[in-house]
Design a protein around this ligand. Structure first.
Ligand SMILES: Cc1cc2nc3c(=O)[nH]c(=O)nc-3n(C[C@H](O)[C@H](O)[C@H](O)COP(=O)(O)O)c2cc1C
Length: 368
């Protein structure tokens, strides 16, 4: 698989940057549409939204609003031609019969370009908002996610109505048509980090997303996840996350990072996000949560890709060399910065052999 590049979280206010600067990303529909069309023309591979139902508190704009991933993906799949658009779906909040139909419809809209990010859930206030409680043990969370996913797949592949009697669902006469486009399945990713989460990804996902410190610790994690999948006779692509600050000189890039992610970081929100992550999720190790305050301000704890186009291309090549199959990127202002990244970094990645060649230029046009 060629090393893939995507954009993470543009559907949420402020993206992944926990900052107060006015230049931060505003997740309006118009901005998302413009960004998706830019990304499609530039040859990026995917867009990945965050499913966020509740914000992080009254005193922060961070994730104050978030466009619904499924509805967002539908509009973007209709407006683009090449890239994959994932939807992020909480298994606990979307009935599998509804989700199967919504995802199949998305895949029809995108002619096979829909993707599903299965989220087992970790944020207790979101569960409370739905009148549910977050299961305290990971075994139950992922057992529920497994049964949910088994039902969705069975709906897509069944030719006759079926009954389902499991631990969590009792369903009668289940049907759902159409299935995904052209009889295929929807490409699936999962970002579980606990032992149960990783084994769910090894069993079910095409792509496993994982938070790492960098390529150094990442290479062992990649090997473990791939070995877990291979033991089950499957293969899984391993992806991680990074935030990009790319400027003509290193000093300019570092100044910009210091401006938005230090001098004007939204520190109360940073601390709240880190506190909640530590409570119920295992995405970040305790060591990361002790030391990554700056990385959370800059990009929700993701890896820094900061510097000149050469620096950023070299850093991305480091992840490819470590065995990663791709990375989901964030920018302070995605649409404003993507053009420079595409013009300067993509050709360097092609020259480094990380991606085969720059995408063929597409005509500039506002129509899809
Ligand atoms: C790339 C990535 C995307 C994620 N997207 C979401 C999301 O949109 N909504 C959400 O509630 N959790 C999201 N998560 C959290 C994971 O789904 C998962 O719950 C978390 O990593 C905790 O995993 P664990 O329950 O196995 O410890 C994401 C995590 C990563 C690394």
């Amino acid at each position: 698989m060629e090393f893939q590049l995507g954009l993470f979280s543009p559907n949420t206010e402020s993206g992944l940057a926990i900052t107060t600067v006015p230049e931060r990303w505003h997740a309006t529909w118009d901005n998302n549409l413009r960004l998706a069309m830019l990304a499609d023309r530039a040859g990026l591979d995917f867009l990945l939204p965050v499913a966020r139902w509740i914000d992080w508190g009254p005193d922060t704009a961070f994730h104050r609003s978030a466009l619904d991933p499924l509805v967002w993906a539908s509009g973007l799949l209709a407006a683009t031609q090449r890239l994959r658009v994932f939807s992020t779906v909480h298994t606990a909040f979307h009935h599998p019969v509804v989700a199967a139909k919504q995802l199949a419809t998305l895949d029809q809209v995108g002619k096979g370009r829909a993707g599903l990010n299965i989220v087992a859930g970790w944020h207790a206030p979101e569960y409370a908002m739905f009148g549910l409680s977050l299961p305290s043990d990971h075994d139950t969370r992922y057992a529920y996610a497994q049964e949910w996913w088994d039902i969705v797949q069975r709906i897509w592949t069944s030719t006759a109505p079926f009954d389902h009697d499991g631990r969590f669902f009792h369903l009668r006469g289940v049907v759902g048509a159409p299935g995904p486009y052209d009889g295929n399945k929807v490409l699936t990713m999962n970002a579980g980090s606990s032992q149960q989460g990783r084994s769910f990804a090894a069993r079910n996902a095409d792509h496993a997303f994982t938070v790492v410190g960098g390529p150094e610790d990442g290479s062992d994690i990649v090997k473990t996840i791939k070995a877990d999948a291979e033991a089950l006779g499957r293969s899984v692509g391993v992806f991680t996350l990074g935030h990009v600050v790319c400027r003509p000189t290193r000093a300019e890039a570092e100044d910009r990072l210091a401006y938005y992610a230090d001098a004007h970081a939204d520190w109360p929100a940073v601390d709240e996000v880190m506190r909640l992550q530590g409570l119920h999720a295992q995405s970040f190790t305790p060591e990361m949560l002790r030391t990554y305050r700056g990385r959370f301000a800059a990009g929700h704890g993701s890896c820094p890709l900061v510097g000149t186009p050469d620096d950023v291309a070299d850093a991305l090549a480091g992840f490819a060399d470590a065995g990663f199959d791709g990375i989901a990127l964030s920018f302070l202002d995605y649409a404003d910065e993507l053009g420079y990244f595409a013009a300067e970094v993509l050709p360097r990645l092609a020259a480094l052999g990380v991606r085969p060649s720059a995408a063929a230029p597409r005509p500039e046009s506002d129509s899809p």
